[in-house]
Write a protein that binds this ligand. Sequence first.
Ligand SMILES: [Mg+2]
Length: 369
Amino acid sequence: MSIQLTSLQCRIVRYPINEHRLVFSCAGRHSLSEYLVVVAEDASGAQGYGEAATVPIWSGETGQAGQSILETVLAPALVGSTFDHPHEVCDVLDQVLIGNSFLKGAVDTAAWDLWARLQQRSVSSIIADRDPEPHIPIRASIAGHGVEKTVELAREFWDLGIKTLKFKTGLDTEDDCRRLEAVRNALGEEPRLTVDYNNGLSTLPEAVTAIESLLPYGLVLVEQPTPRDRLNLMAQVRRRVDVPILADEGIFNTRQLEEAIELEALDMLSVYPGKNGGFTRSLEMSRMAEQAGIPCVIGSNQESDLGQAAMGCLAASLTAFPVNQHPCDLGAMMYYLDAETTLRRPLDNGRYCVIDADAGFGVTPRLPR
Ligand SMILES: [Mg+2]
């Protein structure tokens, strides 16, 4: 089945944030969700959909810039061509544009959605190497608040059935100890506590001291402790601390993953199509990591249900994602109030409900006029 691409368009959409749960960290504040919905159309009139979570502090992208690049660079390079497989679309994206991984991720995801819809198959049925998991346990993010608000949010997520909590740390190390101690005191030993420094620790001594100060509270994972362009430093930190390291913004693409594996810089990898510049690339990276014995989890830029459909498909369908041992960042619906394009999926006892798609990724967005 081939795609004869006749149109590639996008719309900018904005989702109001739930201020109470707004995420801020060493990487800044996620205070505006301005996303692009990409629509790819085939000669038959069939459509496929993708979403780019364009957050400038994360990938340097904005909705306006993405729309302009799509109209002036990507559409002219792709429309009018025929593709036998979505990875051919992804290869063209990389040939004509540097960076802009979330925009590329949306276009490639739309191509996968369209290609699967043309075959009247779900994407999961095409890629799965196991019976898809129906539910995926969630890891909930708690911003770098003081002690009281940290405990309030931890209790709120715990009461929703979420067993694994992720604290944004690194804004104040002493405060981080008090925050985790207070959560342990309030909720006991059962919650799995993880932290995400979002690049916040700049030197080896600083990183070792900060991470070791939190180990008495039973940390199970430390995410992206060091700056995103310092894989070697992350490898040094990993050798010094007795807790697994999850690589997030340090590894966007396959080349960085190769380098990180060579350096032994990570224990686990955060994967998702926006960060990786395509669903195709996420598949490649998941397989590379699995071959190196590195489990994958889904990371997030707080995509709506449209973006999360592709992320959930990966996590549910592939053995590279041991989701019952390692929860995924698939709880974005808890952080925005309303997405005009899709319905918010309900949680099932702290778990993301994987979409059982008839075709594609199974989400058709309502697009504003
Ligand atoms: Mg992260």
